[in-house]
Write a protein that binds this ligand. Structure first.
Ligand code: CTP
Length: 419
């Protein structure tokens, strides 16, 4: 996005509450301003103990309101809340979510949250015990039930020597969430996948020949990560099985890293046992070397030895044939270079999945690109064309189609998709 006039720029309120992760909000702020958003930072008093007002003002290029009592004649919380296209609270402490869930308005940020009529995103960060506490979880459920997006914290290093769930996702990923919610507008207010568990495989497997060489493919994992990110924004509990993906973890998703097709199979089958939907976006190698050498293969001067290959398990076919629940939706991807639709239909029948996303691949198409165009084929014979656009757009269409299928089956436990 280039620089836009003030009137055309979307307005983001960045609420910052008092946790050590406040420093990461500086990077999030920079990404938002570079993208052309007009950002007003509303730090709580505790946040200002971690990062001072001057930093927020310099990075946003805007004055920073910290008190309901500043410029009282302008009623700042009402003005700020009304003009916002998005309010994002990052980091959101247990305290700020508790106050927001209870409708308190005892500082500028909570007062702004009460006046805001735009989508609201909370990115909590805190110690694991605080996150897991029943009070925090109840507050998160309340905020979600009112339409807020709560991005679950990531696992990893916390303050001091602690590790666990509670880390603020990487700023680049939070920025993607902000962009996504802004793109969805008021639809971003509907966490329609809440209560659903989804599994997404992403990336490309590596099949080792020896300790330093492998057979792999060009899949970057971007489409799988876009699927994970959009599902998390829409409220789903997301597990990503990531094969050799060199991207920051999608905000709100649990990421399990694997290398080979066999590892990927084990992780996906495990996670699928509890899933409402499994999307196989990973490029899984069909073959692997029959033998993996323990030591590096050396040149001998003679003819190179051929590498004998053997079949890998077909995970998508296995998942489709052995569903752990009758209403589980199984989705495959197909990358084709020619006769795209006919090849896709044949593949959907062969693999037995419910939906198949068919991409045309070739130079400059699909792989490593942030954009994608595809046709989503359904087992009932229908086809939905998704024009070239961000991979998140395709992801949203796919989740809509998955939710439609849940709606049609009603679900084993009586839940229904709300689309
Ligand atoms: N897939 C899988 N396990 C494999 C290979 C592929 O689960 N061993 C999944 C992919 O994740 C993808 C779908 O199957 O969702 C299509 O993969 P693709 O390789 O295009 O299908 P193939 O059956 O291998 O067909 P082709 O003959 O075109 O290679």
């Amino acid at each position: 996005m280039g620089r836009l006039d003030r009137a055309e720029r979307q307005c983001v309120i960045l609420g910052v509450s008092g946790g050590i992760a406040a420093y990461k909000a500086c990077e999030l702020l920079r990404l938002c301003t570079e993208a052309g958003y007009l950002v007003h930072v509303v730090p709580t008093a505790a946040a200002l103990r971690f990062v001072g007002e001057a930093t927020w003002a310099a990075l946003s290029g805007q004055p920073v309101a910290t008190e309901v009592w500043d410029d009282v004649h302008e009623v700042p919380h009402v003005r700020i809340g009304r003009t916002a296209d998005l309010v994002m609270v990052a980091p959101a402490t247990a305290d700020v979510m508790a106050r927001a869930a209870n409708g308190m308005a005892d500082d500028l940020l909570t007062a702004t949250l009460l006046t805001a009529r735009c989508p609201v995103v909370y990115a909590p960060a805190m110690h694991t015990e605080m996150w897991e506490h029943a009070a925090t979880q109840a507050n998160v459920a309340t905020l979600r039930s009112r339409g807020a997006v709560v991005v679950p914290p990531a696992e990893g290093r916390l303050t001091g020597s602690d590790t666990g769930t509670g880390r603020l996702p990487e700023p680049a990923e939070l920025f993607e969430v902000a962009r996504r919610v802004l793109a969805r507008g008021t639809a971003g207010l509907k966490p329609d996948l809440l209560g659903r568990r989804v599994v997404v495989s992403a990336g490309g497997t590596r099949e080792h020949i020896d300790p330093v060489r492998f057979i792999s493919n060009r899949s970057s994992g971007r489409q799988g990560y876009a699927l994970a990110r959009t599902a998390a924004v829409r409220g789903a509990e997301v597990t990503v099985i990531a094969a050799n993906v060199d991207l920051p973890d999608p905000a709100g998703a649990k990421v399990i890293k694997v290398t080979s097709a066999e590892e990927l199979r084990a992780a996906v089958v495990d996670a699928a046992a509890f899933a409402d939907a499994v999307v196989m976006a990973a490029a899984v190698a069909d073959f692997r070397p029959a033998e993996r050498r323990d030591i590096k293969i050396k040149k001998t001067g003679g003819e190179p030895e051929p590498i004998r290959l053997t079949h890998n398990p077909d995970v998508l076919t296995e998942l489709s044939a052995h569903r752990r629940r009758s209403d589980q939706v199984v989705v495959g991807f197909a990358a084709e270079t020619h006769d795209v639709i006919a090849q896709g239909r044949a593949k959907l029948d062969r693999k037995g999945c419910d939906l198949l996303v068919v991409n045309q691949v070739g130079e400059g198409l699909a792989f490593e690109s942030p954009d994608n165009a595809a046709v989503v084929l359904s087992a009932d014979g229908s086809a939905v064309e998704v024009p070239l656009g961000p991979k998140e757009d395709l992801a949203d269409v796919l989740w809509d189609l998955v939710a439609d299928r849940w709606g049609a089956t009603g679900g084993a436990d009586g839940r229904r998709g709300t689309n």
